[in-house]
Design a protein around this ligand. Structure first.
Ligand code: FAD
Length: 538
């Protein structure tokens, strides 16, 4: 069997290695347009910031090591320019030569290229994109030789935000311009608010709801024109998203979506026999909503590479969707998400809980706080999505929640999970258990909650149950203050006929207050996420 793989990085390299492990006799050829294979795309920003110092750390395999270990014929600087699925050949361009190579099976993993918006000046010499090792060296060399003082990052997604951190560490003054109302699209605005505040504290300027319309490179600097202002900088990083790198398939019979994504079935086979496709270039099924979409991430690409190799070798493994589990370090903040956010949940019958919690028992030194948001299905309590912003312990909670989503778990399941506990690591009731309890309380009617953007009825009493000091430092307009610990003694200050909208700082004390009030006959509602979340949205 002769297998050709297009693209030698995440999905392609994973497929090639798996294929060899399954079939010692197959002839495997990998065509890679660039001069590196199997490199650490996800590590590239850290080379620019100086966290990764050795160039060789960025390349996990070379054509030579791949040949020695896997007996794969890796051809770098070789671009596949067309595919003929009837003749079962690909046409390859290598320097100024072109040739055809036949295949029995073909695996496509060409990835996605940076999206460069069609604005004047986007092709300037001080405007950079970052996808691969040469792009990274170009940016690093420019910083080292031209000593730029400032950078504008266009697009505040994961790559843009990582670049903001690393350019700041490299000594530049950074501005991020983002078209939407918040950074990091997998987060909802209410969760991104913490990120915005933190980045600003770190000296990074954030411009939201604003698109760059032109870049004008004068001799001294670059003038970026936005909808309502101008920004001056010495370099620009274009990180406005990615698009599938599939132009070379346009005249093939392989079906593509309008956006150029390769259509695959659940075995990752394309519309053509013997042709499989994986990675950033394919249209995936969202694991939660079951809708088709585009979620370009390294984990899915690597796993799909393995599945495609299995299927090329006669298996019928299925890829059952991508849920978008992702994590990001920004200085010492960690931001993570999995499953759907609120915009993806639009039209579904869902609700959400917010938990502001310590990463481990607070009596043991060093606990950090994190903000967790979980979206669940009202009818079943099924966990559909989670977002966490914090420091320590974010990674493990998001991974437990990602596993819960994959396993179709409900709030009841989360409540029962037995997770490892000792004070330096967690609490006897882990935040993931707490999320389960919170949703159980809502679904069983033990507490009714309202959200920071829910209109409060005119006749309602707004009750703040924090301490007098906390209340003095800021409170919801019109709220009265009865601290939770004196509420039993002061019930007569509230009228039974009026609904009570209760808040504390995080939602915990107000939950206790709601339990006291509802057992005394009050119709009461707990502010999800508390005053902390409420005041962040102002
Ligand atoms: P790629 O890994 O991009 O490989 C595709 C390869 O195919 C490329 O090398 C390209 O040169 C080659 N190619 C394309 N067309 C042809 C052709 N016609 N002929 C020959 N070769 C061709 N994901 C995460 O999950 N976590 C992260 O932290 C993360 N960080 C990232 C940071 C950066 C800076 C970047 C750029 C990406 C990051 N990603 C991250 C995304 C992740 O790298 C991708 O999801 C993953 O690499 C996709 O794998 P792939 O095989 O589809 O494409």
């Amino acid at each position: 069997m002769k297998v050709i793989i297009v693209g030698g990085v995440a999905g392609g390299a994973s497929a090639a290695a798996r294929l060899r492990r399954l079939d010692e006799n197959a002839q495997i050829i990998v065509f890679e347009r660039g001069d590196y294979i199997s490199y650490a795309n996800c590590g590239l920003p850290y080379y620019i910031g100086g966290k990764i110092t050795a160039k060789e750390s960025l390349t996990l395999q070379s054509p030579h090591s791949f040949k020695s270990r896997f007996n794969v014929d890796v051809r770098t600087l070789s671009e596949v320019i067309s595919v003929d699925t009837a003749a079962k050949t690909v046409t390859v361009r290598h320097s100024d030569k072109q040739y055809k190579e036949s295949y029995d099976k073909l695996i496509l993993s060409p990835g996605a290229a940076p999206l460069v918006p069609p604005i004047p000046g986007a092709d300037g010499s001080r405007v950079f994109t970052i996808r691969n090792i040469p792009d990274t060296y170009k940016i690093k060399d420019y910083i080292e030789t031209a000593s730029p003082k400032s950078a504008l990052i266009i697009g505040g997604g994961y790559i843009g935000t990582e670049m903001a951190e690393n350019l700041t560490i490299a000594g530049l003054k950074v501005t991020i311009a983002e078209m939407s109302d918040h950074l990091i699209a997998p987060l909802d605005l209410d969760m991104a608010a913490d990120v915005h505040k933190y980045l600003r504290e770190k000296g990074i300027d954030i411009i939201l709801n604003n698109a760059v319309t032109s870049l004008n490179d004068t001799h001294s600097n670059i003038k970026a024109v936005l909808r309502d202002r101008e920004v001056y900088c010495d370099m620009v990083i274009m990180s406005a998203g990615v698009r599938p790198d599939t132009k070379f398939l346009q005249d093939s019979n392989i079906a593509l979506t309008k956006k150029g994504l390769i259509k695959v079935d659940d075995t990752l086979k394309t519309s053509c026999d013997d042709v499989y496709a994986v990675g950033d270039a394919i249209e995936i099924k969202n694991f939660v909503t079951k809708q088709n979409g585009f979620i370009p991430l390294a984990g899915p690409a690597n796993k799909q590479g393995r599945i495609a190799a299995d299927n090329v070798c006669g298996a019928s493994e299925k890829y059952n969707g991508t849920q978008g589990s992702s994590i990001l370090k920004i200085f010492d903040m960690t931001v993570a998400a999995t499953g759907i956010n609120e915009s993806a949940a639009a039209g579904l019958d869902t609700d959400k809980v917010f938990l502001w919690t310590a990463s481990h028992a607070t009596y043991y030194p060093g606990a950090g706080f994190m903000n967790i948001k979980v979206i669940f299905e009202n009818k079943t309590g099924k966990i559909l999505g989670a977002q966490i912003v914090g420091r320590d312990g974010v990674d493990k909670r998001i991974d437990v929640l990602a596993a819960a989503i994959r396993a179709g778990m409900t709030a009841n399941d989360l409540a029962k999970l037995e997770l490892a506990y000792a004070p330096p690591y967690s609490s006897a009731k882990d935040p993931v258990n707490m999320i389960g309890f919170m949703i159980q309380n809502i679904l069983s009617g033990k507490v009714k909650q309202f959200h920071y953007n829910t209109p409060i009825p005119e006749n309602a009493v707004k009750l703040d149950v924090r301490t007098a000091g906390e209340y003095e430092r800021g409170h919801i307009d019109g709220a009265i203050n009865i601290p939770v610990d004196s509420i039993r003694q002061r019930l007569d200050e509230l009228e039974l006929s009026k609904p009570v909208y209760v808040n504390c700082q995080s939602g915990m004390r107000s939950y206790i207050a709601c339990r006291i009030l509802s057992q005394s006959g009050f119709d009461c509602y707990n502010l999800a996420g508390g005053y902390r979340l409420y005041s962040m949205q102002a």
